[in-house]
Design a protein around this ligand. Sequence first.
Ligand code: GDP
Ligand code: MG
Length: 307
Amino acid sequence: MTKTKNPASEHRSGTVAIVGRPNVGKSTFLNLALGEALAIVSPVPQTTRNRILGVVHRPGAEIALLDTPGIHKPHSRLGRTLNRTARHATEEADVVIYMTTPSKPPAGLHPGDRTLLADIGAGKPTIVVINMIDKVRDKGNLLPLMDDLSRLRDFAAIVPISALRGDGADRVLDEAAKCLPLGAPKYDAETLTDRPMRWLAAEFVREPILQWAREEIPHAVAVEITTFEEHAKGARIEATIHVERDGQKRILIGTGGERLKAVGTSARLRIEALLGKKVHLALWVRVTADWTESEKALLELGYGGDG
Ligand code: GDP
Ligand code: MG
């Protein structure tokens, strides 16, 4: 039996940025690749507001995935900050996963993708992932898109997947691993993310609000953890939910506080599942007028510092 099949000198490690337009399923893919619901997911665009590192440990490769905010036409300082975060993550990465979705047949490449792919990932190994193929009944309808893509650039691979159904992540990770530079692992085998539990707790409070709320509320919400005390048997967490206007505060609290209570229950269960212990969670809602336009408030609420 030969033992030289996978010597340490052939180990690969590096960073892979997951980028694309908003709502194409980047965070759903990160969670699938990690086997852990780390990044929050919702039907509203700009759900992801930070660069989120998630480490996939494989026998021959360590793949440090960077989830990023969707790149879009910004309408606020927050929006510009999110775009910058995504672009910086892309510049920092060794490999780029550019995620897109099929448009209505028989359409090819989305014009937004054409604009972004003019420079995103240029000069780096780039894997195009076509997500949400569960929505395409006749797979032949993917051909115009595949055709447009292969004319655009010499991509390392083009991989159709369905992140929602859990199909295709392994193929994407195989392709990403092949493109990584040779190198020893940088993280220990238990490391899942660089994001502390305190940050994840804030995201888990934001998630049920985004999954439920309509209109402008999702974009006006930021969550700040004001108390985080963890002990052997449990944790006590207090969080302030910032909104921009009084009307938003009223809607978020709901009649008799029932809406806020539902948010709290959902967030608490999510935090308890990841922490593995009982959590006491108290939520407060505060109006912080125009925080999405204030550079100081953005930094204080944790946006832009990572990009
Ligand atoms: P992101 O903004 O690119 O990070 O997208 P999210 O991961 O937050 O997903 C946006 C929405 O698309 C959510 O409602 C997901 O459940 C949904 N979604 C993600 N992947 C798929 C998929 O493969 N198929 C379908 N049908 N929906 C998906
Ligand atoms: Mg996301």
